[in-house]
Design a protein around this ligand. Structure first.
Ligand code: ATP
Ligand code: MG
Length: 434
């Protein structure tokens, strides 16, 4: 895209309403704009990042055999009355009436709906186990929406649901999903530590939160640095082998890791290599047995023909929260430093002298060769403004084209993450970008 005709409303000043760095940078880099408290419009750059994160989440769900689908945002209250959660959920639920005076709601989560869909169509033990997921907007009327997209009211979540015949099989699904989560966060470039969690309003008895360290995190966390050295790549762990999954699970749940609620000073004292700080919850997984299948009447014919009530689990990733969480992890005073895997564009092309024939020709050539992977700063602006905006937006590479270099076919290539710079001819520069 050409920056001169792209909606990237960068700000020089720090917006007063933003308390944490990711929120400030998301506003300053023109990624989002707030439209109501805790509700955001995703502008072109922010939307590209969100989609990149979503795609990595999707690929790792698909890799363990979860099936993608899409459930609606609006749900009938009736299903929630059947599970008993319509009253239990409280004021976080946005309740709506349609023109026929029927009670509807904007889904804060989808256990009831997926259980309803499943009970209508799955009849036999032979069809289990199954895992289904969707990536869909949720609404929770949070008391205190804050920190930008990190605690919004409308937010994008990947939520998956597992259906198994018995407890033993449900545990395998749970471990498999934990593996997918570790791989997802690793690909996003962050260390997310699974920590045993209280199971909260969704209920159940096997539950982990995935927490990444950041000084502005909402909870305090303590963990053993052994987590940072684990290998759960497909080479080390096969998602199809129950023995591998068990070994993986034991490995992930033996080193010390705790949030406020579960912290134990005596156990912590025995940890050799300590990591502590504040953490952001980016995912949460639960096994909850038949909590929904029983009240909603989900049953399948078992091996002997008698009805069996499936065991379920649910598995969430905060896709939009991750945009903020990644910025918390990757930034400096000048702006965002996107990891390659999620960057809105691979490179920014900075034309330092629009109108100079050599600069224009070289930039156009680069722009064409980078085919959609570059944001071309073709604005009639001072070089200083272009440098500052490129650092703020945080593209992994900057290709700086000035009149002196351009006359000899040379450009300067800057790596945003490290600050490293090199003078190269255009072919060498393109080769470095890969
Ligand atoms: P939290 O403890 O942060 O309130 P939760 O336990 O209510 O989260 P879940 O129901 O487990 O969250 O939702 C799954 C994931 O969705 C969370 O791990 C988090 O990453 C994300 N999420 C939850 N609430 C919000 C929100 N208000 N804004 C953005 N993301 C959210
Ligand atoms: Mg939680």
């Amino acid at each position: 895209m050409r920056l001169s005709h792209t909606l990237v409303p960068t700000l020089k000043e720090t917006p007063a309403e933003a308390q944490i760095v990711s929120h400030r940078l998301m506003l300053r880099a023109g990624l989002v704009r707030q439209t109501a408290a805790g509700i955001y419009a995703w502008l072109p750059l922010g939307w590209r990042v969100l989609q990149n994160i979503e795609q990595i989440v999707r690929e790792e769900q698909d890799a363990i055999g979860a099936q993608e689908m899409l459930m609606p945002t609006i749900q009938p209250a009736e299903l929630w009355r059947q599970s008993g959660r319509y009253d239990a959920y409280g004021p976080e639920m946005l309740r709506i009436k349609d023109r026929h005076d029927r009670d509807m709601l904007y889904g804060p989560t989808n256990e009831e709906m997926i259980t309803d869909i499943f009970r209508q169509s799955v009849k036999s033990y032979r069809e289990l186990p199954q895992m289904l997921y969707h990536i869909q907007w949720k609404f929770r009327d949070e008391v205190r929406p804050r920190f930008g997209v990190m605690r919004g009211r409308e937010f994008l979540m990947k939520d998956a649901y597992s259906f198994d015949l018995d407890y033993a099989s449900a545990v395998v699904s749970y471990r498999r999903m934990m593996l997918a989560y570790m791989r997802t966060f690793h690909r996003l470039g962050v260390n997310a530590i699974p920590m045993e969690a209280e199971s909260g309003p969704i209920g159940g008895n096997l539950s982990h939160e995935f927490i990444i360290l950041a000084p502005t995190g909402e909870s305090r966390v303590w963990y053993d640095a052994a987590f940072e050295r684990m290998d759960y790549s497909p080479r080390a762990v096969s998602h199809e082998s129950e023995a591998d999954l068990e070994r993986f699970f034991v490995q992930m749940t033996t080193p010390y890791a705790a949030t406020d609620e579960k912290h134990d000073e005596a156990a912590w004292a025995r940890v050799a290599d300590k990591r502590e700080g504040r953490g952001i919850e980016v995912g949460h997984i639960f096994y909850f047995g038949t909590k929904y299948s029983t009240p909603l009447g989900l049953a399948v014919a078992g091996r002997d023909g008698a009805p069996v009530t499936p065991h379920m689990g649910s598995y969430g990733v905060g896709v939009s929260r991750l945009v903020g969480a990644l910025i918390e992890a990757f930034h400096d005073d000048a702006g965002i430093k996107w990891p390659d895997a999620v960057a809105p564009f691979r490179a920014a092309i900075l034309n330092l002298k629009v109108g100079d024939a050599n600069c224009d020709r070289l930039c156009e050539d680069l722009y064409a060769k980078l085919r959609g992977n570059a944001l071309y700063d073709d604005r009639e602006e001072r070089a200083g403004v272009k440098f500052a905006d490129a650092d703020l937006m945080g593209h992994p590479w900057q290709i700086v084209v000035g009149p002196r270099g351009a006359a000899n076919g040379m450009v300067e290539l800057k790596r945003r993450m490290t600050g490293e710079r090199q003078e190269l001819d255009i072919d060498a520069a393109l080769a470095r970008l890969g």
